[in-house]
Design a protein around this ligand. Sequence first.
Ligand SMILES: *Cc1c(COP(=O)(O)O)cnc(C)c1O
Length: 391
Amino acid sequence: MGYLPSDSFATKAIHAGAHSDEHGSVIEPISLSTTFRQSSPAVPIGEYEYSRSQNPNRKNLEDAIAALENAKYGLAFSSGSATTAVILQSLPQGSHVVSIGDVYGGTHRYFTAVANTHGVETTFTNNLVEDLPNLIKENTKLVWIESPTNPTLKVTDIEYVTKIAKGVTKDIVVVVDNTFLSPYLSNPLNFGADIVIHSATKYINGHSDVVMGVLATNNDALYERLKYLQNAVGAIPSPFDCWMTHRGLKTLHLRSKQSSITAQKIAEFLAQSEDVILVNYPGLPTHENYEVVKKQHRGGMGGGMISFRVKGGAVSAAKFSSSTRLFALAESLGGVESLLEVPAVMTHGGIPKEQREQSGVFDDLIRLSVGIEDTDDLLEDIKQALLASKQ
Ligand SMILES: *Cc1c(COP(=O)(O)O)cnc(C)c1O
């Protein structure tokens, strides 16, 4: 019984980490017990002792995550942000990090307002591929990539960056935040990264009802260190949330593919619209890193995220985003339902105007998270909102 490592993604999504119990349950029960019996002192009856250290539902989810990222190990945390925090806490005092410029806001906040107080200093660059050789210092321990970036969807060549970093010293750990693609569309470890992380809140759970983070790695020593910190820091997800996320993950391939197919159509429509200044979408051949997209993303798919600049400035962006029927105006992404937001005043509102405009976040930029409603219905919704934005 069970899946083989050579099975395809869909088979692994359904079967990895799916263990039965003594009743032969097809779906694992939720194990709420915080503690587990021992037969004599320090001799647990089974695999588990105390639920912070490990729990059956978390173990199953972590095994599934590892399988989907082609990794030996998976670890789950109480949020994507907790995952980031634990990785940075694993660095020795006095370490230096090189990070891509437009990282997720919470990641930027952790680098600049928390990690620095523990003696970890970060240099940001908007062009990792070009700048990295000059930015690596003697104490550089980690390179942080997010691809595609939020919200302008720039794509980084992971293989190339890894080669440069490892060429300087093998000790540099390359981390990729793969949240925007999900393991279905890309597996960064295949391109040489050491750790891949996700806010599982987004595509992996996929139903906008769990906040969680996960990571996967093939490196034994990194795994041991991060697992140690997972237990020591204690930022772990609940058994119920693990069960929910494991359930969500079983349809990841269907959801991810469908949202990407619809997003491609919407992006193509927007790209030829006279009411649109610019479209950022990795699936368009006009995307500046399209060659990397073809190499790094399954089937060259662009994913479910699009951003575009509407004509008419902030006023049109506001009109557009309050005129959609199906796209809900809300932060977050990666759920079955379509969402949209205006980064300049919502997710990226805290960044000074000049700085955000440098990375392409203008007042007229709209970000779409394309869900899995009917493609034509979503396209119609975008068309009518675009008309409304001009009135
Ligand atoms: C949401 C998000 C995070 C943070 O995850 P939380 O689960 O909200 O803590 C990190 N990176 C990216 C790219 C995200 O979209």
